[in-house]
Write a protein that binds this ligand. Structure first.
Ligand code: URP
Ligand code: ZN
Ligand code: ZN
Length: 467
């Protein structure tokens, strides 16, 4: 069936243009200026017209860092692939890249099979996988090659969480050598977990047990140090490195310096680090538990550096690190011991809106909004130009966005399967109006029209940033 998205302002990473967009089946087939002979001559058999006059027409958002039903901290993140991808669609995100999690003593390929079984037939939008590597050994290193063949070519490693996901510098070096050889990407959780664990033990021994201690025991310097170390290991091995969920000025400085020196270092930040702060972790009572994630929220003054990094492309991507745990029963596991609060925050539904807020306040241009939320994620993780742009041949993942609508974010109205909002009461200018996923309307007129199972697994190419 053909769909016409009519009269909107098409925004891509290269700028804006008023155009009608013709969709045939799952793909975009043409763009034309409204009112021209070409646009007027488009077939009479268009099955559906989406009126986008006065609105933006964007490539669907691509969130390359989510954790649906992730086993973590003695529980599971609260969104399933079904609920989490539906919430993503509500917020204008049409692709996620989630993480399969290797448990120690298990194989990467068996892990990948398990994650396929969780997601297959359940997703509202398209999805891919990265692989979390928590057990580096000869088999794992060999299996990285098989994962790449299966379309999973980015491997997350942790300098944090000793005893859980933590990898030594030697293990990281071996994985990076493999990445350099194969063209894979190593994604790094860069916090010095060995030093942090000592600070955590000391805080608990001294009776400092409140959620704010989560932030105070993971200082920005230990993110900066780990980021520098990851970059050094990458330099020695010749591998590119992608720093995930970068939260602080010292870490950004390390990324900026290495990029200025010509090294292939990339980084993402997340909306929580742009909009929330250590003050939220310090909310009275146990309220701060809602804001426990790692790296932690930082003092407010780091936010200006992150916006600067987004403008200068030292931060190339904004993802959510969506990893929701309900306040009741899950976050509450850490009452009296902040180290037992499951780490992670919800956000997959709000990334496009929160970043549009950056456009409204003058931090980002419209083109840069689309670039950090869709185009660069697509290129970074081998999905471009199928995803990440509005152009003939691309998948018809299209968001019609009303830049003037007003909304208030709240747990009462969001669609994520979690009992609180980290952004409760935030006033937002702009709202998703209509969403197409591969040509199918999934959100329209305030209704969800999608189905679980419409979303397909995306076998990704290698990062398109280095080739
Ligand atoms: O606190 C966080 N970020 N939870 C999710 C796991 C991770 O490290 O990304
Ligand atoms: Zn992480
Ligand atoms: Zn994460």
């Amino acid at each position: 069936m053909r769909t016409l998205v009519k009269g909107g302002t098409v925004i891509t990473a290269s700028g804006t243009v008023v155009a009608d967009v013709l969709v045939d089946g799952e793909r975009i087939t043409a763009l034309a200026a409204p009112g021209t002979d070409v646009a007027d001559g488009w077939p009479a058999d268009v099955g559906k017209v989406v009126n986008a006059a006065g609105k933006y027409v964007l490539p669907g958002g691509i969130d390359v860092h989510t954790h649906m039903e992730m086993p973590f901290g003695g529980t599971f993140s609260a969104d399933t692939f079904e609920t989490g991808t539906r919430a993503a669609a509500w917020g204008g995100t049409t692709t996620i890249v989630d993480f399969a999690v290797q448990a120690k003593g298990t194989s990467l390929l068996a892990t990948l099979d398990r994650w396929h079984a969780k997601a297959d037939g359940n997703c509202a939008i398209d999805y891919g996988f990265h692989m979390i590597v928590s057990d580096v050994n000869d088999t794992t290193l060999k299996e990285m090659g098989s994962c790449i063949d299966a379309g999973v070519n980015s491997f997350k490693m942790f300098m944090a969480y000793p005893g859980v996901f933590y990898a030594t510098d030697g293990e990281i070096l071996l994985a990076m050598l493999k990445a350099a050889e194969t063209g894979a990407t190593i994604m790094m959780h860069a916090e010095n977990g060995i030093a942090i664990d000592q600070l955590v033990a000391r805080a608990l021994a001294e009776g400092r047990t409140d959620p704010v201690q989560h932030g105070l025991t993971r200082p920005p310097e230990l993110e900066g140090e780990a980021t520098s170390r990851a970059i050094t290991l990458a330099k020695v091995t010749g591998a590119p490195v992608y720093i995930v969920h970068l939260s602080s000025a010292p870490a950004l400085d390390a990324v900026t310096q290495s990029r200025d020196a010509g090294q292939n270092v990339f980084a993402e930040t997340c909306p929580q680090y742009l909009y929330l702060s250590l003050d939220d972790l310090a909310r009275p009572g146990f309220e701060g538990a809602k804001y426990v994630a790692s790296p932690p929220l930082r003092p407010k003054e780091h936010q200006a550096s992150l916006w600067r990094g987004l403008r200068t492309n030292d931060l190339s991507v904004v993802s959510t690190d969506h990893c929701p745990f309900c306040f009741a029963e899950q976050k509450e596991m850490g009452r009296g011991d902040f180290a037992k609060i499951p780490n992670g925050m919800p956000g997959v539904e709000h990334r496009m809106d929160l970043l549009h807020q950056g456009v409204v306040t003058g931090e980002l241009s419209l083109a840069r909004w689309v670039e950090v939320a869709s185009t660069t994620p697509a290129r970074m993780f081998g999905l471009y130009p199928r995803k990440g742009t509005i152009a003939p041949g691309a998948d018809a993942d299209i968001v019609v966005y009303d830049p003037r609508a007003q909304q208030t974010l709240s747990a009462r109205t969001h669609h994520m399967n979690v009992d609180y909002s980290a952004y409760e009461g935030f006033e937002i200018t702009g709202k998703v109006d209509t969403v197409l996923s591969r040509g199918r309307v999934v959100i329209e007129a305030g209704k969800y029209l999608g189905t679980a199972g419409h979303g397909r697994f995306l076998k990704r190419e290698l990062s398109q940033y280095l080739r």
